[in-house]
Design a protein around this ligand. Structure first.
Ligand code: DAH
Length: 415
């Protein structure tokens, strides 16, 4: 009886006399055998031969199958499944590689390079397909993500968006003061106690500090406190500390005090004004404020009244009223026998100049502070300040301003 190895089945079967095995090759599914090659070592004559062409055919067949499967793999995931099925731990190629260990040296001589070559070629096929798939995916993405730059821009419905009256009034203020040669200055909403009070000549423990209903932040390790700025006046200090006179600035911005009713909200807006040079005087202050009021309220005559007052950072200090007439419809400005207070002002106190490193014998100047919300309410007849910050779109639709129509002295402040 002669024996031949049938690698196709991964199993040695006897061929020759045994009628039941005669010619037919044994298929893997038919013989329930382990996948490693079994070698009978009963006799000397049974020494392993070089692998029969059938074995190599089998490898060729496997390679062809893998190659056609790889070529058909439609995406990265399908390709990965094929890789695992061929080169993974239990893959078809890997299992055949394992069988090398059980082969005779001669057999291994042929099968080793054959299997290694298969492994390398299968690896290359998969890598090539992966590159091709990535290129295909990129091509598809580039085609799908094309931006048509020739598309007509969608015209925004400009009747829908509105400019908030506060923004509008700030723009109006800026247009007016820019025309008078003022720069815009800014400071932070969270301010040091020193800049909000001390440098502005509010002595420690002075009752004027309490009048400001300040929101204090927790005390820091070094004992200093920060506050939500109670007025825009600290921007005066920041400006004087950072630049040399002549100074002409306005500082519009948010301010905070613990107060709430129809004409007060915890957050509100002010605009500060400051002029410092060697010769600024009260006459200039009056003229600047008068010009501002005429332009802002859009009236030809804005007679004003300067009443003596007190602020720690000015000396003398004035509260300024504008002439008005109260009617059942509201307030008319510029005419009448009544007066309406609109701002605080004065000549900058020598202590404040000194606190900012300026010699009061050389420099002098004036300053004022005005509630933006208040003058907005007056100009546009809005009775309740709290509605400004309710975020009610119906209110904004009614009181808001047309976008893309910014105030300017040449084009008109308000429409
Ligand atoms: N800071 C003052 C306040 O909030 C307003 C003010 C008054 C500002 C007089 C000034 C000024 O610059 O000179 O009540």
């Amino acid at each position: 009886m002669r024996r031949r190895l049938c690698y196709r089945a991964g199993l040695m079967v006897q061929q020759g006399n045994a009628p039941h095995h005669s010619q037919a090759p044994v298929s893997m599914s038919a013989c329930n055998a382990p996948t490693s090659l079994l070698v009978s070592r009963n006799t000397k004559e049974e020494t392993m031969q070089a692998p029969a062409p059938a074995v190599l055919d089998d490898l060729k067949e496997l390679e062809d199958r893998i190659a056609s499967d790889v070529a058909a793999a439609g995406d990265e995931a399908a390709l990965e499944n094929l890789r695992v099925a061929a080169l993974g731990k239990k893959g078809s190629v890997s299992e055949r590689m394992k069988s090398l260990g059980t082969m005779s040296p001669e057999e291994r001589k042929t099968m080793g390079p054959a299997l290694n070559g298969l492994k390398v070629r299968v690896g290359e096929l998969i890598a090539e397909r992966r590159t091709a798939l990535a290129a295909e995916a990129l091509t598809q993405r580039l085609a799908a993500e094309t931006v048509d730059v020739t598309l007509e821009p969608q015209a925004a419905d400009v009747t829908e968006g509105r400019i908030h009256p506060i923004s509008q009034v700030m723009d109006e203020l800026i247009a007016i003061f820019a025309d008078l040669g003022f720069e815009i200055a800014e400071g932070p909403d969270i301010e040091t106690d020193d800049l909000n009070f001390t440098k502005l000549n509010f002595p420690e423990g002075h009752p004027a500090r309490d009048e400001h209903d300040t929101f204090f932040l927790p005390e820091r390790a070094d004992g200093t406190r920060r506050v939500l700025r109670t007025h825009t006046s600290p921007v005066q200090i920041r400006t004087m500390l950072s630049k040399k006179p002549p100074i002409r600035i306005i500082a519009p911005g948010r301010t905070y005090r613990c107060d709430s009713d129809q004409t007060h909200t915890p957050m509100f807006h002010q605009v500060e004004g400051l002029v410092i040079d060697e010769s600024a005087h009260v006459g200039h202050l009056k003229w600047v404020l008068q010009e501002f009021c005429k332009a802002f309220f859009e009236v030809d005559d804005a007679s004003m009244r300067f009443r003596a007052s007190y602020f720690p950072f000015t000396e003398p200090s004035y509260e300024v009223d504008i002439r008005c007439k109260r009617t059942h419809n509201g307030i008319e400005l510029g005419t009448g026998d009544d007066w309406l207070e609109i701002l605080g002002s004065g000549m900058v106190h020598p202590n404040v100049l000194r606190n900012c490193g300026l010699d009061p014998d050389v420099y002098q100047g004036f300053a004022w502070g005005m509630g933006i919300d208040r003058i907005a309410m007056l100009k546009y007849g809005m009775p309740d300040l709290r509605a400004f910050f309710d975020g009610d779109v119906r209110w904004l639709k009614h009181y808001g301003f047309a976008p893309l129509d910014r105030p300017s002295l040449a084009g008109g402040l308000s429409r």
